[in-house]
Design a protein around this ligand. Structure first.
Ligand SMILES: *Cc1c(COP(=O)(O)O)cnc(C)c1O
Length: 410
């Protein structure tokens, strides 16, 4: 059995693991990255609970060290479950290589720490995941990396912030919680014109709705905790890009140790099998709920890229296949408490941070992620007291709408 396993991981089988890019998303998410014939003739990948991997002889060790065999060595550098998920995720984003981390934040930290040196600068759009902002402004700064924030979607301001020390342009698309979509053509053109690498955190879009590498973005990042895992039962992160550019990043991950257990990778692989089916329902629910909310008399404003009223609707329709399950809205003439009453009255969505799982979640950004901010900080991030963010799961659309309708009477 052990012999078979080693041979199945050997190089001669690698090409079969890379499906043609023209295959559909669901075909890739079911089959890509996996060996066709598995140990024990199992159809699902077995979970390889092993912290280290054995060599038959000293010559086998030497072959491995000299790059003549492709296999595992020690759990911090990778395991078979992680490899198969990495190949699958690379295929979904049409990238050459993927590196999986223990969380989305570990992926961001891992990439930036591997790519930046003291004296380097990065420029990022200011609507972003608050922990990414905190890592850049608080922690990268300690290592002498300068971070410059510019208003989201202001490409002139981004260009003006670039100088000879700039190494990376960073943005999310869509952003959270305002769902601003980035014009990837302009963003990539800025990077190319100034020879600066580009990174898109596409967690909210997923590879189903957007393909940043096709636009020429250098690195695409996802918190796999969200739609990729999709079941609110795991944390993981991934970076996809060219194998060469990711080589030093993989090396640092092996040192940082921000790796996943084989069990976690099994869960992610299993979650990915239904990725396209889930995304279709998330997209449909997001659109239907955004339209319902926009027509509701108690709702002041809805942020959803699939609505004509959204400031970046045009960009969204040009770059995305669907607009995801996240919907942000504000309540007319409501204070913090009146808004909380609506959140508390919802019976299907659960109150929790995070997004992208099969269970719908609802939260008031003021109390969830931004509670410790001053009112001035919240205002600068565009977080209003009467704002609600809903992550539409895969429940039936009419049930979610009926539930929101009753909650809005609170
Ligand atoms: C959740 C999230 C992250 C962080 O991912 P974790 O898996 O929670 O570490 C980063 N970026 C975006 C856009 C996110 O939504």
């Amino acid at each position: 059995m052990a012999t078979d396993t080693v041979e199945q991981n050997s190089e001669k089988q690698t090409p079969a693991k890379q499906p043609p890019a023209k295959q559909g998303m669901s075909t890739k998410s079911v089959h890509a990255g996996e060996d066709r014939q598995k140990p024990g003739d199992a159809i699902a990948d077995p979970i390889f609970c092993s912290s280290t991997f054995t060599f038959r002889t000293t010559d086998d060790v030497i072959d491995y060290c000299e790059g003549r065999s492709d296999r595992e060595e020690y759990g911090r550098y990778g395991n078979p479950n992680e490899r198969s998920v990495e190949r699958k995720l690379a295929a979904l984003d049409c990238g050459e290589a993927a590196i999986v981390y223990g969380s989305g934040m570990a992926a961001i930290v891992g990439l930036l720490m591997a790519k930046l040196n003291a004296g380097d600068e990065i420029v990022f759009f200011d609507q972003c995941y608050h922990r990414s902002r905190e890592f850049c402004s608080k922690h990268l700064a300690r290592f002498g990396v300068v971070t410059r924030q510019v208003p989201t979607g202001d490409y002139d301001a981004m260009e003006a912030a670039i100088n000879e020390n700039t190494r990376m342009l960073v943005s999310e698309s869509p952003t959270n919680p305002h769902l601003t979509c980035i014009d990837l053509e302009q963003f990539v053109a800025l990077g190319k014109a100034h020879e600066v690498e580009t990174l898109i955190d596409a967690t909210l879009a997923t590879p189903y709705n957007i393909q940043p590498l096709e636009f020429g973005v250098d690195y695409v990042l996802h918190s796999a905790t969200k739609y990729l895992g999709g079941h609110n039962d795991l944390l993981a992160g991934v970076i996809v890009g060219s194998a060469e550019a990711l080589d030093p990043v993989r090396n640092l991950r092996g040192i940082m140790g921000a790796v996943n257990s084989p069990h976690n990778m099994y869960l992610l692989e299993r979650g990915l099998k239904t990725f396209e089916l889930r995304m279709q329902r998330h997209n449909a629910n997001g659109q239907a709920i955004a339209e319902f909310l926009e027509s509701h008399p108690r709702v002041e404003r809805v942020y959803y890229p699939g609505l004509k009223s959204h400031p970046t609707h045009e960009i969204a329709t040009q770059t995305m296949r669907g607009f995801g399950g996240l919907v942000t809205f504000t309540i007319k003439d409501a204070d913090m408490r009146q808004t909380a009453n609506i959140v508390d009255a919802a019976r299907i969505p659960r109150i929790a941070p995070s997004l992208g799982g099969v269970e719908s979640l609802i939260e008031q950004p003021l109390v969830m992620s931004y509670y410790k901010c001053t009112p001035e900080q919240r205002a600068s991030y565009g977080i209003a007291d009467n704002m609600i963010r809903m992550s539409c799961g895969i429940e039936n659309t009419e049930d979610l709408i009926a539930d929101l309708d009753q909650a809005l009477q609170a």
